[in-house]
Design a protein around this ligand. Structure first.
Ligand code: G6P
Length: 604
């Protein structure tokens, strides 16, 4: 939620800030703005709407100056408007602030400031920060920042300009992502690495509560007591091209196509001649009594697959919970449990809170995360990275399928260690898992045109129901989410066996049903449910590896390759990603940045 960027150096700041914001726009896109300082004053340009609106105002060059901060917003406090867009001035316009996160006690602080004669230009919580900085400023900006940070509660990554200090800006983080990029005679901040990767590969990761003083010649990092802290410089191995569309019309399509490569990176290095080796975990699978999985969105859907898989092969009870529920439902987590937090971004507020809750209850925490050194990765006891590379489209694709791959590896490893999986089955699954990338590559090529045609036929639908059992139900959850996220068609996933307990009442002539039947043990059961909706007039797209069984009952069929039943969600999900993508394209939606959504949900 919200992207922030900052620059100080010898070049003009505005083009660099705009460029960084473009790469961060996936984090929020209802308004944007930049502030540039120079000659004892700060000039702000900001506007409601997409970044292109800001581009019209700045003309790519205005304001002039070599130090500045920028922001792209996903509204929390205060509607999207010119006034609520960041940066926010202090009353005297000496400070300008950009913020990602939420100031939780902002109403109380608003009152505190109002009592001291401050008035407000916006409805945002962020303005509180700039006003507090003015209130506490007594000749020392760092001191004002420390005092402000002791007063505010909540999460924040902040970029701060002070008008009277040329060639410097300040940054601070608590529970929100922030990286500092080190260049030659120039330095940067951003909400993530890819935003500034074209400028530098050297990064510093500030810890919670640390404050950075950024100048063209260096970066000083202090703790909350203004004591200097030494930071390690990390050189990123990410390819700058990874954050570009590379000829594809949308990041989402590019990322769908990147899945075979991402899965290779996720899986291959972890399969050795002696079997699966997971260097990121340092606990004994035999000592785990129960596993809790907590995650949000698609990561939760991956967790639903993980539950079935781990329970089956490691014979361990697994409970998959939405992270937003986990944190408040008083779960029976203790030191005998393993809590697995799944998150592409590693920053999702509810998932991070679930991690902390699990640790508070003494559970060991394993993070399955894509973004290296993200908050969830840093706070977990063990990490398994998904190695999907940067994912820019708001709707996750390769993030999700690589999460599945890691869960398969984990389940197999646990099963092997615990002696609960037969050697032959283990070997078969390992072999089939290594075959997935090549199979998926071919499958994407085969199914791309077909999903495009199906989308051309079904894009006017108003509702879609995704049904399946077992793994197919988990894949249905993900398929429905993809379709609704980017096409805005009302889409729901139902366990096929549950249909008769309510949802079937919604089925009428031409209702669109996507019937998933890839699990051989359950195909015939799901087929009966498909027949039930067909009898009531539904139009059915079957997704199956048994076309012989489904053909007669379905209007259209997506045929999946033959693979181990547990691995089918990778293929089903990919077909449904493509279907959703082309439906959204036919409806003319903004595929990479769907309305009201943001990729990295750093607020509760
Ligand atoms: C957002 C994204 C989803 C993602 C979810 C969880 O809603 O749009 O694609 O699944 O957040 O994100 P995480 O980064 O924790 O996997």
């Amino acid at each position: 939620m919200c992207g922030i960027v900052g620059y100080t150096g010898k070049k003009q700041a505005t083009p660099i800030l705009m460029d960084g914001l473009e790469r961060l726009e996936y984090r929020g896109y209802d308004s944007s703005g930049i502030a540039v300082s120079g000659g004892g004053a700060i000039e702000i340009v900001k506007v409601k709407g997409r970044l292109s609106e800001l581009g019209k105002l700045t003309g790519g060059t205005r304001p002039a100056g070599t130090t500045g901060i920028g922001h792209t917003r996903w509204a929390t406090h205060g509607k999207p408007s010119n006034e609520n867009a960041h940066p926010h001035y202090s009353r005297d316009k000496k400070f300008a602030v950009v913020h990602n996160g939420i100031i939780e006690n902002y109403l109380e602080l608003r009152e505190f400031l109002a009592e001291r004669g401050f008035t407000f230009r916006s409805e945002t919580d962020t303005e509180i920060v700039s006003l507090l900085l003015e209130y506490y400023y007594d000749g020392d900006v760092l001191d004002a920042i420390v005092k402000m940070s002791r007063k505010v509660k909540g999460s924040y990554a902040l970029g701060i300009l002070y008008a009277d200090e040329a060639d410097v800006f300040y940054a601070m983080r608590k529970d929100s992502p922030l990286v500092i990029g080190l260049g030659e005679g120039e330095n940067f901040i951003a909400s993530d690495i890819p935003a500034i990767l074209p400028y530098t590969r050297k990064f510093i990761f500030p810890e919670e509560g640390e404050i950075a003083i950024v100048t063209p010649d260096g970066v000083t990092v202090c703790n909350g007591n203004k004591e200097r802290v030494e930071k390690t410089v990390v050189v990123s191995e990410l390819d700058a091209k990874a954050a570009e569309k590379d000829g594809y019309p949308h990041f989402m399509l590019k990322e769908i196509y990147e899945q075979p490569g991402a899965l290779r990176k996720t899986v291959y290095e972890r399969i050795k001649s002696e079997g699966i080796r997971l260097d990121g975990i340092r606990f004994d699978g035999k000592s785990v009594r129960k596993i809790y999985i907590a995650a949000c969105g698609s990561a939760y859907h991956a967790g639903a697959v993980g539950k079935y898989f781990i329970e089956k092969y490691a014979r361990l009870e697994v409970e998959t919970l939405l992270a937003s529920e986990f944190r408040y439902c008083d779960p029976l987590v203790d030191e005998n449990c393993l809590t697995v937090i799944i998150s592409q971004s590693g920053e999702t507020a509810d998932s991070l809170a679930a991690l902390r809750e699990a640790k508070r209850r003494k559970s060991r925490v394993l993070a399955i995360v894509n973004v290296v050194d993200s908050s969830i990765a840093r706070e977990a006891d063990d990490i398994l990275y998904t190695r999907a590379g940067p994912e820019i489209a708001v709707a996750t694709t390769k993030g999700y399928t690589t999460q599945l791959a890691v869960l398969y590896l984990l389940g197999l490893k646990l099963g092997h260690d615990r002696g609960t999986i037969a050697e032959a089955e283990y070997n078969t699954l390992v072999r089939e898992l290594t075959e997935v990338p090549a199979l998926l590559e071919k499958f994407i090529d085969d199914v791309n045109e077909q999903t495009q045609q199906l989308a051309g036929k079904y894009y006017p639908a108003t509702d879609a129901y995704f049904i399946g059992r077992g793994y197919d139900w988990s894949a249905a959850l993900e398929g429905a989410l993809k379709l609704k996220e980017i096409s805005y068609i009302h889409a729901e996933a139902y366990a096929a066996g549950e249909l008769k307990h309510g949802t079937i009442s919604l089925i009428e002539k031409n209702s669109l049903v996507i019937g998933i039947a890839a699990d051989p043990a359950l195909t015939e059961k799901t087929l009966s449910n498909i027949k039930e909706v067909k009898t009531r007039g539904a139009t059915v797209i079957g997704v199956t590896n048994r076309p012989d069984l489904l053909r007669a009952e379905c209007n259209d069929l997506i045929v999946l390759p033959k693979t181990h039943d547990a691995l089918t969600p990778i293929f089903t999900a990919t077909a449904l990603q493509l279907f959703a993508y082309y439906v959204a394209a036919s409806r003319g939606g903004d595929i990479d940045k769907p309305r009201n959504l943001a990729k990295s949900v750093t607020v509760e």
